[in-house]
Design a protein around this ligand. Structure first.
Ligand code: FES
Length: 75
């Protein structure tokens, strides 16, 4: 992964185990050592989460599978 700072105009390589996969007509799959901080302050760790892209999930920001029922297309 490469991160570019606009203020310094230089690129920096960052080693990370986090991977984001855009699933066709579905959610974003996030993989890695993930720390999730909920709005109530609760924290948990996960190795994989799916984030909604269709906007129809009843469990935002997480995918609940509704994208299949609503026929979400990303193209
Ligand atoms: S992407 Fe799965 S519910 Fe929105």
């Amino acid at each position: 992964m490469s991160i570019k700072s606009e203020s310094e105009n230089k690129s920096e390589s960052v080693k990370t185990d986090t991977e984001i996969v855009i699933i066709k007509n579905g959610p974003l799959q996030i993989k890695g050592s993930l720390s999730i901080k909920h709005k109530d302050g609760k924290e948990e760790t996960q190795k994989e989460v799916y984030l909604c892209r269709c906007g129809q999930s009843e469990n935002k920001p997480f995918c609940d599978g509704t994208h299949k029922k609503c026929g979400f297309k990303d193209e």
